[in-house]
Design a protein around this ligand. Structure first.
Ligand code: FAD
Length: 456
């Protein structure tokens, strides 16, 4: 290694860790990555969190930077919109965008992780599997990893924490300096179930959609997998909330789950032949939002992805945001060799955006489980598209700003709030778009919203 080569140690070879390793190794850094799990290419992917994920433009853009986008898209299933399954009614597709240039992609977490691990190694990063970070001595600049029955002591120049929501590195940083950490638990959890392929080997329901069964304060969703299955996720309260709605407390086992599906998700039940087994075998996942006031410890360590700002999954943006973090951090590290300055600039730039997507993700739970089959909500969506057609650079639907653009999340939130007021005021007391004087809204839109360009 030449004396000017820059060095980083990355903790975690999950989604953010493997991408961060790729980006830095491509820039000529000496990168060592320590991952607590075994190599998924040898042992298979030992998941933990969701089986598949929605990939959107922010994540894709980051994958392009790592030259991994084509491999990932080759295994992805396109989702054009939400297929909403009302109780007792027939499913309706609500498009996410204007056409097939505005879609999201369902990707397998395991396949995506393996693609990125391969990319990181191809770029020159060294990944050490079965090495769980246990503790850090920031004074001596040594980290201790447990693996193969031994404790390994390894020096570091700087640590980049990509070890997820339960980050050990964060705990070690907190022990040295107050990070202003706070977690707000949602009080709702999730359980994953599976829709297998049909007997002829095809998908059992429309593959190019994210299916939603909204039921007020709880819901099911299903995302397609390229092996023609769907992963179904049931979201509901973890404890009985005393409001008559089901919860994991009142639906504790397969028999109770079957009764719930018979009552509330009748069209989904025949699609899930393994319901009893899946419900009893799969764990209940917990959901929360992690807020920190500081993401770095001088130039010694920085946190990115879920380790810095875990969020609830309802906007499908946690991974997309983590990937955007990687690009943003690499950019700051390109700008200066002063690590503390680069980490401070990264934190200042990204923290407002992380807070914005965390808020939008919480708001989207209400939208998905409660509003997507509400006539008032649907009228607002119709008006949104009509205003976008009249003002394509000014009035861009909330979902499009978050999902199909790369403008800062904080700007998307700010503009969404302005647009929400316009939509609510214009549709109040109306039941059809014919009752709305759209031309009268032109000066309102022009006064409230400046033309918007996507980030370069
Ligand atoms: P992780 O993916 O959690 O990776 C952390 C890595 O660090 C793991 O490999 C872990 O083994 C390793 N590790 C942990 N501790 C240690 C240690 N002490 N030492 C060494 N290694 C360690 N996001 C989207 O964009 N779209 C979606 O559709 C979406 N759906 C979701 C659905 C659900 C149900 C959930 C829970 C999340 C969803 N997310 C989604 C969010 C997404 O999963 C996360 O934001 C993303 O995984 C964050 O990546 P990460 O690399 O920061 O953390």
């Amino acid at each position: 290694m030449d004396a000017t080569q820059r060095e980083a140690t990355i903790v975690g070879a999950g989604l953010a860790g493997a991408l961060m390793a790729t980006l830095l190794a491509q820039r000529g850094w000496a990168v060592e990555v320590y991952e607590s799990r075994g190599d998924p290419r040898i042992h298979g992917f030992a998941g933990g969190r969701s089986i598949n994920l929605a990939l959107a433009e922010r994540g894709l853009h980051a994958l392009r930077a790592a030259d991994a986008d084509r491999d990932v898209l080759a295994q992805a299933v396109m989702m054009r919109g939400r297929m909403v399954h009302p109780p007792g009614g027939s499913p309706q597709l609500q498009r996410y965008g204007r056409d097939d240039s505005e879609v999201i992609w369902s990707v397998s977490r395991g396949e995506l992780n393996i693609t990125l691990i391969n990319a990181a190694e191809a770029a020159g990063a060294r990944i050490h599997f079965d090495r769980r970070l246990e503790s850090v001595d920031f004074v001596a600049k040594r980290a201790f990893y447990r693996g193969g029955g031994e404790l390994h002591r390894v020096g570091f120049a700087t640590l980049i924490g990509c070890d997820g929501a339960g980050s050990t590195l964060r705990g070690q940083m907190r022990a040295r300096s107050d990070l202003g950490e706070r977690t707000e638990w949602l009080g709702h959890g999730y359980k994953e179930l599976e829709i297998p392929p049909a007997p002829d080997g095809d998908f059992r329901i429309e593959p190019n959609a994210l299916h939603i069964w909204p039921r007020g304060r709880y819901m099911c969703i299903a995302l397609p997998n390229d092996e023609r299955t769907f992963t179904v996720t049931l979201f509901m309260a973890t404890q009985d909330e005393g409001n008559g709605d089901p919860s994991f407390e009142t639906v504790p086992d397969a028999a109770a789950a079957r009764a719930l599906f018979e009552r509330d998700f009748a069209d989904a039940l025949p699609l899930i032949p393994g319901l009893d087994h899946d419900f009893d075998a799969n764990p209940i996942g917990t959901l929360g939002t992690l807020y920190l006031e500081r993401w770095h410890l001088g130039g010694d360590a920085v946190l990115i992805g879920d380790a810095a700002h875990a969020m609830v999954p309802f906007h499908g943006q946690g991974m997309n945001c983590a990937f955007e973090d990687c690009v943003a951090l690499a950019r700051q590290l390109d700008a200066t060799r002063d690590l503390a300055a680069a980490y401070a600039a990264f934190e200042a730039r990204r923290m407002p955006d992380a807070a914005a997507i965390q808020k939008m993700a919480l708001d989207n739970y209400i939208e998905m489980r409660d509003l997507v089959d509400d006539p008032g909500f649907l009228l607002q969506r119709e008006l949104e598209l009509a205003l976008q057609a009249r003002h394509p650079t000014r009035f861009i639907p909330h979902y499009a700003m978050v999902t199909f653009m790369r403008i800062p999340y904080s700007l998307a939130l700010e503009r969404s709030e302005v647009q929400r007021v316009i939509l609510e005021d214009a549709t109040r007391g109306r039941s059809s778009l014919d009752d709305v004087d759209i031309a009268a809204l032109d000066p309102v839109v022009e006064a409230a919203l400046t033309p918007l360009e996507d980030s370069p």
